[in-house]
Design a protein around this ligand. Sequence first.
Ligand code: SF4
Length: 353
Amino acid sequence: MVKRRKTRPVKLGKVKIGRNSPISIQSMTKTNTADWEGTVRQIHRLEEAGCEIIRVAVPDWQSAKSLSRIKKGINIPLVADIHFLPELALEAISQGIDGLRINPGTISNRAALVKIFKAAQSKKIPVRIGINAGSLPGRRSKSLRKDMAEAALKAMRLCQDLKFYDLIFSLKAFDIEETVGAYQLLAKKCNYPFHLGITEAGPVSAGSIRSAIGIGCLLRQGIGDTIRVSLTADPVEEVKVAREILSALNLRRFGPTIVSCPTCGRCQVDLIKIVSRLEESLKGIYPPNRMKPAIKVAVMGCMVNGPEEARQADIGLAAGRKEGWFFKKGKKIKKIPEKKWVEVLIEEIKKFK
Ligand code: SF4
């Protein structure tokens, strides 16, 4: 059981971050923000996939001016990501965004930061101080983790001077060791909530593994209040991976979890095909943003580990040749023929209480 770090809660639109709130999932659009209709369409796809907070890049005035239209067209909190131009942050705030992300490595002028923080404070908008290894202000030591934590602390001190406490911090690098080390250092110095991520993690396969290891390692230590998986791919993939990370650590459940064996020479059925059919059928019945019930469904390929895994799951099937044993709540219920496996499992999942 993960014991979460006690953090100061922050409200980002309708989503609470920190304290005991569920660890939220966020993503970032990959559209041109100035194309607000295209951006809203992508956000709708992300909402469908289970994204709970969305961030958009705001590199120019046209993008900044599109924010209120984007906000009106979506159902999840909108965060504007600003670099270099402080006036875009002020415009974003006046457009009605729910949160702001700034990077002290790209906006370092104290007077500009004070203006942004005061504007956010007056509108009760939280700000994420997003430190990134690729744009770290004033490197001082040979330790990347220490420099990242120090950059965060410097911004934190400025906000505290202004009595502005609605802050979230992130310390992202490609290197997992440095990222984890930086978050651990900062966790010892404050109780602000953390947004976790491994930056520039790469394409889907490698990036998912990198993110799962880095983010998972921190979450396992109780560190982290909201997560974003960064992938060079459709952002919907980021949400899917984020869900798997939280679900694997039992931090959140999003619907039926399939426990299935890899199969081997003992398996006498096409288990890969059966599990794929089950997975596809579940997607049709429980779209990601309304998945329920959160149960474990075991589908095992033979009688070696099958019966025990099936018994430990809420619903289980231990496959044999042409027929398999069906289990429910730890009890062996009945034998069912192979051609009815998926059908029976789906029926039982639907009526499971
Ligand atoms: Fe092989 Fe059976 Fe184990 Fe599946 S459950 S991997 S078929 S031994």
